[in-house]
Design a protein. Structure first.
Lengths: 381, 289
């Protein structure tokens, strides 16, 4: 789960990392009042759970409350990377002397936390890595040992940081603590700025909460930004179904994440276009009716492909659920089946008896037939 | 990791609904379940075996070679620690949605104690004709039968389909290794490939990967120098970027974890990459000459 800057920064503060004084504003007049309360020149920053806000014009400087009002009214309502801006963070403007980059993340290669730091802050870390292959510096952490000042100093040694080295080392240790305390997948400060007055301050912060950590971080998750969902995807989410809307016309109804992805792949391989990802395996097959409604309510869908392959969920049970839903909803579009594995003989008998259809021998044959039906439907539209 | 028929298996969480259901099925298939763990039901018997308060107690009383965990997400770290501290050298962690930092901790504990972990978020292991550990339907004769093809999979459902297609083409399996669908897993594709490469009962390997992470690229490096043929299918070619496709690990971020990167790496290493799982039987036949 992603977090907006204003929701992420308090995690740093709680760990002892300084952040600029600031206030969240949801309207231009709130922004004006915030700037007046701060009483200094400010920056007005769009709050969206994505980077690249500066490049999109989502971050503006304002010298006085009136200018802050104007900046906020220009930024509010903007769309940045698919997110509409509903609030701005009004922060004191600081005098930056040097910019650093610091992050801690879950690293699949070392199977542990990875601390990263660079003296080239302020730009994308991908750009840093591309322009200077030895940067950022990376230190895999033994999660059972933790990350202490000695480890931080060792990591920073030789970078020529002078008097910044010790406060940077302390900041890295605090950042690691914040990462551990909040089930972070990623906690990144960019830039981490040394100000003209010598203080080290986190000017921006990106926090991604591990989705599997949400179950024990409910309070924290309530301040995060839920994934942007289409109307149908939101309906799926509320039903506890992983449904992703795609731009094709073949509705997909399959069990298991791997098999569902593969069904989409094989549709694309044979020249068709899937309309959705929908995983109906495990206990989710009991939701066959709302799930089928979800697939059918996508207006682009003009035929349905059902691909069941029984692992521990029986295909006859899944098929019975689907047939009940089908008979209740009485859709008029054609449907194509591939049903294999546990309980497939019973499922096939059921399909012949109740729907008068015979499943195809392989998923490829069912898919090719569905692609033909989708083509015919497009031709008659 | 391959579990052999005579090896002793401990079930942590044996008294739960899933634990009970799958323990009975594992026993019926021939898996040698020797004990279970549930601190609240220590001293009782369940599914015909003694239940202990901890894995350490089980190790002392009956001994065991492998532990399988039917434990809810937030209990997995402690249960795994219990098994590792008891001296268990191989753990199968089935649970989905274990917090990733917990996974990293339990993998570090395993490393420090030279224990191997399969999973989390896996359907488990099958050695057809001998035993299974987890919840793959090993007892389905259409899907699993003894043979000489090793299968490695990040997905249970897709693994089932591939094994079904192999069986239909006349190929049984030497072992099915479900490595799990999480972004960080104990046994990687490469680790499993190494095990099957060394396994005398395996003549060829089918790798079932998916988008996200770099495990397939890493496995390709190993496959390049293997004498045994390797065939692969990678799920997710048609998946949109930045969306988690059901499995927590199946997500393309930026240019990391793409289908193209995995396919190129595998093909460069001489691995036949399939467009559809239906081709697997033919591809294995061709690969074996």
């Amino acid at each position: 789960m992603n977090f907006e800057e204003h929701a992420a920064k308090p995690l740093l503060q709680a760990a002892g990392i300084a952040i600029p004084r600031g206030q969240l504003a949801r309207s231009a007049s709130e922004a004006e009042a915030a700037a007046a309360a701060l009483g200094v020149p400010v920056v007005v920053k769009a709050q969206v759970p994505t980077g690249k806000r500066g490049k999109s014009g989502g971050i503006r400087a304002a010298d006085d409350p009136r200018a802050a009002r104007e900046a906020a009214s220009a930024i509010l309502g903007m769309e940045i990377a698919g997110h509409r801006v509903a609030s701005v963070l009004v922060e004191e403007r600081v005098q930056i002397a040097t910019e650093y980059y610091a992050a801690v993340l879950n690293d699949a290669v070392s199977k542990g936390p990875l601390v990263m730091v660079s003296s080239d802050g302020g730009i994308d870390v991908e750009e840093i890595a591309a322009s200077k292959p030895d940067r950022p510096r990376q230190a895999p952490v033994d999660i059972l040992q933790g990350f202490d000042l000695a480890a931080a100093r060792a990591m920073l040694g030789g970078l020529g940081l002078g008097s910044d080295e010790e406060p940077l080392a302390e900041t890295l240790v605090a950042l690691y603590r914040a990462y551990r305390d909040n089930d972070a997948e990623l906690l990144e400060v960019n830039p981490l700025a040394r100000l003209a007055d010598g203080r080290l301050v986190a000017l921006d912060c990106k926090f991604v909460l591990d989705d599997s950590g949400i179950q024990r971080r409910r309070d924290l998750a309530s301040t995060g930004s839920p994934e942007t969902l289409t109307t149908l995807e939101a309906r799926g989410h509320n039903l506890g179904l992983r449904y992703i809307e795609l731009d094709g016309d073949i509705g997909v109804f399959a069990n298991g994440a791997g098999l569902t992805m593969t069904t989409m792949d094989v549709i694309a391989h044979h020249g068709g276009r899937p309309a959705n990802f929908l995983e109906i395996g495990g206990a989710a097959y009991t939701k066959a009716r709302p799930a089928l409604e979800l697939v059918l309510d996508n207006p682009k869908v003009n035929c349905l492909l059902v691909n069941f392959c029984g692992a521990f969920a029986r295909t006859d049970v899944m098929t019975a659920g689907l047939l009940d839903a089908w008979e209740a909803l009485k859709p008029t579009i054609p449907v194509f089946f591939s049903v294999r594995g546990t309980g497939s003989a019973e499922a096939q008998a059921m399909l012949r008896e109740r729907l008068g259809v015979t499943p195809f021998e392989t998923m490829d044959l069912a898919i090719v037939a569905a692609i033909g039906a989708a083509r015919d439907a497009r031709a008659t539209q | 990791m391959i579990v052999r028929g005579g090896e002793r298996v401990l079930v942590q969480g044996i008294t739960g609904k899933q634990g009970t259901y799958w323990t009975e099925r594992m026993q019926a298939y021939g898996t040698r379940i020797v004990a279970g763990v549930n601190p609240k039901k220590a001293g009782t018997r369940h599914c015909g075996v003694p239940v202990y308060a901890s894995a350490s107690d089980a190790m002392r009383e009956t001994g065991f070679d492998v532990s399988v965990l039917f434990i809810p997400p937030l209990g997995v770290k402690a249960a795994a620690q219990d098994a590792i501290e008891a001296g268990c050298a191989r753990l199968v962690v089935l649970t989905e949605h274990v917090p990733v930092q917990d996974v990293m901790e339990l993998l570090a504990m395993a490393r420090a104690n030279s224990a191997a972990i399969v999973g989390p978020n896996t359907a488990g292991l099958v050695t057809p004709g001998e035993c299974f550990v987890g919840f793959m339907p090993a007892f389905e004769a259409d899907v699993f039968r003894p043979g000489r093809v090793g299968v490695i999979s990040r997905s249970g459902s897709l693994g089932t389909l591939i094994c079904l297609n192999l069986a239909q083409a006349g190929f049984g399996q030497s072992a099915f290794i479900g490595i799990g669908g999480d972004p960080i897993v104990g046994t990687t594709t490469r680790d499993a490939l190494q095990v099957l490469d060394a396994d005398e009962r395996t003549d060829a390997v089918v790798v079932i990967g998916e988008i996200g992470g770099t495990m397939e690229e890493d496995a390709a490096e190993y496959a390049r120098d293997m004498a045994k043929p390797v065939v692969a299918f990678i799920a997710g070619a048609a998946s949109p970027p930045d969306k988690k496709m059901g499995h927590a690990g199946a997500i393309v971020m930026g240019d990391k974890g793409t289908y193209a990167s995995k396919r190129t790496a595998l093909e460069t290493a001489g691995v036949a990459v399939l467009d559809t799982p239906s081709e697997v039987g033919r591809a294995v036949r061709v690969a074996l000459g």
